[in-house]
Design a protein around this ligand. Structure first.
Ligand SMILES: [Zn+2]
Length: 416
């Protein structure tokens, strides 16, 4: 499976992946997913929002255990972020079938569409639409960098954008979600462990900063006469870095657009996106508020003007503690060493489903570089195999006949 995926959407000049939602590369990945489902005789379901599900057993029976992740990427992303979870889901199904395991609950492997939000700006768009936390009308109007709306793109790809929206019936059938993911830091390297279990996802969000100034000539405009939004932006980027360090948080400007973008012209407009994360929501609110205040003060001195808009904000996720402990015990196996339990600053569909009330857990696979969202992201093959084995043990535990099942660890009850 891995060999099939390696060339898809890979940029030869950077070695990074450009697998954006509903792009040609994404379509190829979706076809790959459908073929893997068919090869295992797992019926494929595409929901109204483009999320794909391959089922072992009939999901209508309810209390299903869902695994999987996403196949899209950030610009020049690594190979593992997302695909490792999807491939491991199929491989874990294979491992269970090889040993003639018969699940008493349906098992699903998911490919959530547009997790990274690279193309349309909203992270986890597929799971947000599924759970009803992204309004379909807002989603349809989102534009990519070429100006195409999601509405247009879906139509071109043979989907009906009028069907976007929440699917409570499908959600009700999912009793548990377990997402396997490459670790996006060095926690497991420091712990000397190949596999870990997530405790929480930090709250995080994206804010769009629009700095408006006055376009003018780079040679004839005296320095004192300028209203240069690039200066306001530059100070804001430095302030964000300093404030995040002071708050033990994270702040990143990773994308800017400059208008008109001439080497010999003072810009009229700089648009920049702030990604901010912290261990708790109060810290993030204070951090973004402080960056905004410092930027506004600087804009007054520069004669520029600032507008800030939140594009997507995710609350903190604390994963179901009972499920987490059960998953950690299954990963460790009988008599095995305790499995590290660690938080992450990265957002995932697991956070969206958890917020929707589905008991959710995550497994992390060690990443020796600690790098993610970049081509250096990596996992040793032996660690990937350990991840598949761990996921198979978790699925076996959660769908085995031996007790009442995971639904009882969570607050929801579907009554099936
Ligand atoms: Zn991911």
């Amino acid at each position: 499976m891995w060999d099939d995926l390696v060339p898809v959407g890979r940029d030869p000049s950077t070695g990074g992946y450009r697998r954006y939602a509903w792009s040609d590369a994404d379509l190829t990945l979706r076809e790959w997913f459908a073929a893997e489902a068919a090869r295992r005789e797992m019926p494929l379901v595409e929901d109204r929002n483009g999320n794909q599900f391959a089922w072992w057993g009939d999901p209508a029976e309810g209390d299903a255990v869902l695994t999987g992740s996403h196949l899209d990427s950030v610009p020049d992303g690594g190979a593992y972020d997302g695909p490792l979870g999807v491939v491991s889901g199929f491989a874990a199904v294979d491992a269970l079938r090889t040993k003639d395991f018969q699940p008493v609950r349906p098992i699903g492997v998911a490919n959530f569409v547009d997790e990274e939000g690279t193309r349309f700006g909203i992270a986890c768009a597929g799971s947000r639409l599924l759970t009803g936390t992204l309004e379909p009308s807002r989603a349809r109007a989102l534009r990519d960098r070429d100006g195409h709306t999601l509405d247009e793109v879906l139509r071109r790809r043979g989907r009906d954008p009028e069907r976007l929206g929440a699917e409570p019936e499908l959600l009700d059938r999912i009793g548990t979600f377990v997402e396997l993911h490459v670790e996006q830091g060095r926690g497991l390297v420091d712990d000397g462990a190949p596999i870990g279990v997530a405790s929480a996802i930090w709250p995080h969000g994206r804010w769009r900063f629009d700095f408006h100034g006055r376009a003018d000539h780079a040679g004839t405009t005296r320095m004192a006469d300028r209203q240069d939004p690039m200066l306001t932006y530059a100070m804001t980027a430095l302030a964000a870095n300093k404030q995040a360090r002071l708050a033990d948080a994270r702040a990143t400007f990773g994308r800017i657009e400059v208008v008109p973008g001439g080497t010999n012209a003072i810009p009229s407009h700089v648009r920049a996106w702030l990604d901010a994360r912290a261990a708790d929501e109060d810290t993030i609110a204070v951090l973004v508020g402080t960056i905004r205040r410092l930027a506004t003060e600087r804009a007054e001195r520069d004669g520029t003007r600032l507008e800030v808009e939140a594009e997507s904000v995710s609350a903190a996720t604390t994963f179901d503690v009972g499920l987490r402990d059960r998953v950690a015990a299954a990963v460790a196996g009988p008599g095995g060493a305790a499995v590290p339990v660690l938080p992450t600053g990265a957002g995932h569909d697991a956070g969206i489903l958890s917020a929707a009330g589905i008991p959710t857990a995550m497994l992390f696979v060690r990443n020796p570089t600690g790098v993610s969202h970049a081509p250096d992201e990596y996992a040793e093959f032996a660690d990937c195999e350990a991840g598949v084995a761990a996921l198979a043990r978790v699925l076996e535990d959660l769908t085995g006949p031996r007790d009442v099942g995971p639904r009882d660890t969570g607050p929801r009850d579907v009554g099936t």
